[in-house]
Design a protein around this ligand. Structure first.
Ligand SMILES: [Cu+2]
Length: 211
């Protein structure tokens, strides 16, 4: 359950952002520590008060204004570009599969509206295709999270939030509630099974037959 082992486009974007911020701010930290050590060890030399003031102002403007403005702007631009990939935009071809997920204290109700299939604590999706999850809560605030597939999305009573998921490869992905929702919260887990598209259709037909 690590966001740093992404298995879908939305999670991939989060992971890139994480590594990008980690690398960039590591460089900033190293540069600052280096400057600090340099400042502690160097010989102050002989400078006039005016010259000292001028140098000090240069560091305040450079380190206190320019550096944060540049850093935050870089993160903002990269963040907006990557955030685009997480939006629920219309697809170029066709409609995504829709699944309704209702959170309860403390379990997950999963419905496939076109077929009437209902599951508990498990989702089945076709791999390599975007799936839109319509998330709602039956009681308190919960949060839907499958770290390897996408970011978190809060679930509220009386309001539907849509989260787009996609798994690149077939496999089992673990998920959990990530908003404290009462004494059963820690055990509010679920799994997402991603199948090859043909196997998914077969599975759905079988489930329909069982009902
Ligand atoms: Cu919870």
């Amino acid at each position: 359950m690590s966001t740093l082992q992404p298995a879908g486009p939305s999670a991939q974007a989060s992971a890139w952002l994480w590594w990008g911020m980690f690398a960039f701010f590591s460089l900033v930290l190293i540069a600052l520590v280096w400057l600090w050590i340099h400042a502690m060890r160097r010989d102050p030399g002989q400078v006039s008060d005016r010259e000292a003031q001028r140098l000090q102002n240069r560091w305040v403007v450079g380190g206190g204004l320019l550096l944060p403005i540049v850093s935050i702007s870089v993160v903002l631009v990269v963040g907006i570009a990557l955030g685009q990939r997480m939006l629920v935009l219309p697809l170029e071809d066709g409609e995504p599969l829709r699944i309704e997920v209702t959170a309860h204290q403390w379990w997950w109700e999963v419905r496939y509206p076109d077929t009437g299939v209902v599951l508990k604590d498990e989702l089945h999706i076709p791999a390599g295709q975007p799936v839109d999850l319509q998330l709602i809560s039956d009681d308190v605030v919960h949060s839907f999270w499958v770290p390897r597939l996408a970011g978190k999305m809060d679930m509220f009573p009386g309001r539907t939030n849509v989260l787009r998921l996609e798994a690149d490869e077939p496999g089992t992905y673990h998920g959990m509630c990530s908003e404290f929702c009462g004494v059963g919260h820690a055990r509010m887990h679920f799994v997402v099974e991603a199948h090859l598209p043909a196997d998914f259709e077969l599975w759905l037909q079988q489930e329909q037959g069982n009902d």
